[in-house]
Design a protein around this ligand. Structure first.
Ligand SMILES: NC(=O)c1ccc[n+]([C@@H]2O[C@H](COP(=O)([O-])OP(=O)(O)OC[C@H]3O[C@@H](n4cnc5c(N)ncnc54)[C@H](O)[C@@H]3O)[C@@H](O)[C@H]2O)c1
Length: 349
């Protein structure tokens, strides 16, 4: 299958590119190379004749038309987005332009190509979204997000992603574009950009810096290893039912404090300090405005209908992730110099 993957130089998109090429798919990686991108993430896949790269901004409709006409993909996997909630608080404009207008451009470019190609039956537009569109759950663990949960986004990031999901469904209902959607919980793993919680904790710990925890650390997230997410995404683009959405999650709920304590325990074992524990560096800082209390995914649809299951437990995945950061300083060190990385963002409401 020839896949047009947007955002393939980012964290999750690059995991999709690596996995797709390793499984023999052709991949066209379309990425504008924003501050969050790193082509090193796909350096090995880029050696393959199956891989092509196009530096195109999804806000550029004409550029997208050229890419579709040149590469003639069998399916689209749309991951390109502004993805950092804290940045969306300080500068929501980029999130509106890329996540909403950019998705509109992708839908229109895909529709034009699909119609002009005679509406091939196998064509798919797979939109990759987040569980944050569903809002915030109570701490009561009996409730989880299902595909039928009403949308209730609460940050500029999640509102922009919710808008893009609505556009994708509308293009299916109105124009018949064959779409599938996925909404995933928090990802972690190799190549996670060093402004996100897990890499911040690992790298600050190693640097002897404070380990910042927003509020009291009681916010709960449902963690999924990025390579398991990539596996689920390839399954959905190949076997998902047209017009259907699938929630993807690891059934690994942890409070932020529990998560950070686990990372500290792994580091204590792998790279012990001369005295004390990395947990001594934990520091509670002012909370993010509108910080959602809990996200949790009910993944029974993708499990029962498509047979997907995560391959690693959160303990295994976190240990592999810590090991990867210990081994890959040459990857993360230069990224710490990029604009805004290492600074506290999104504090002003
Ligand atoms: N990270 C998570 O935990 C998570 C969870 C669920 C869903 N998602 C969704 O998955 C997708 C990928 O997330 P990620 O964490 O890999 O993001 P990321 O920020 O690591 O990567 C985003 C990529 O998109 C590219 N991009 C941004 N704006 C662009 C534009 N205008 N044109 C072309 N390319 C552009 C960037 O250069 C970057 O390579 C996003 O749609 C996000 O909403 C993320």
């Amino acid at each position: 299958m020839k896949l047009l993957v947007t955002g393939g130089a980012g964290f999750i998109g690059s995991a999709v590119v690596r996995l797709a090429v390793s499984r023999g798919h052709e991949v066209v990686n379309v990425d504008a190379l924003t501050y969050a991108a790193c082509l090193d993430n796909v350096a090995q896949a880029a050696q393959s004749p199956l891989y092509a790269f196009e530096q195109v901004d999804i806000r550029d409709r004409a550029g997208l038309d050229t890419v579709f006409a040149k590469h003639r993909p069998d399916a689209v996997m749309h991951l390109a987005a502004e993805s950092h909630v804290d940045r969306s608080i300080d500068g929501p404009g980029d999130f509106i332009e890329t996540n909403i207008t950019g998705t509109f451009n992708m839908l229109e470019a895909a529709r034009k190509y699909w119609v002009e190609s005679g509406k091939p039956e196998g064509f798919r537009f797979h939109h990759i979204s987040t569980d944050e569109v569903f809002g915030s759950l109570p701490a009561d663990k009996t409730v989880q997000f299902t595909e039928d949960t009403a949308y209730d986004p609460r940050s500029p990031y999640s509102a922009s992603k919710a808008s893009s999901d609505h556009l994708v469904r509308a293009w299916h209902e109105t124009y018949g574009l064959p779409v599938v959607l996925t909404n995933c919980s928090n990802n972690y793993g190799p190549y996670h950009f060093p402004e996100k919680l897990i890499p911040v904790i690992i790298l600050n710990a190693l640097a002897g810096k404070p380990l910042p925890i927003y509020g009291d650390g009681s916010n709960i997230r449902d963690w999924l290893y990025v390579e398991d997410h990539a596996d689920a995404l390839l399954l959905v683009v190949e076997e998902g039912e047209i017009g259907r959405s699938y929630n993807i999650g690891g059934e690994n709920e942890r409070t932020n404090l529990e998560l950070v304590e686990t990372l500290c325990a792994i580091l204590d074992e792998k790279r012990p300090k001369s005295s004390g524990s990395y947990a001594d560096q934990i520091t509670f800082v002012t909370d993010r405005p509108g910080h959602d209390a809990r996200y949790a995914i009910d993944p029974s649809r993708i499990r029962d209908e498509l047979g997907w299951r995560p391959s690693v437990t959160v303990e295994e995945g976190l240990a592999q992730t810590v090991e990867w950061y210990l081994q890959n300083e040459a990857w993360w060190r230069p990224l710490q110099e990029r604009h805004g990385v290492g600074q506290r963002l999104g504090v002003k409401a």
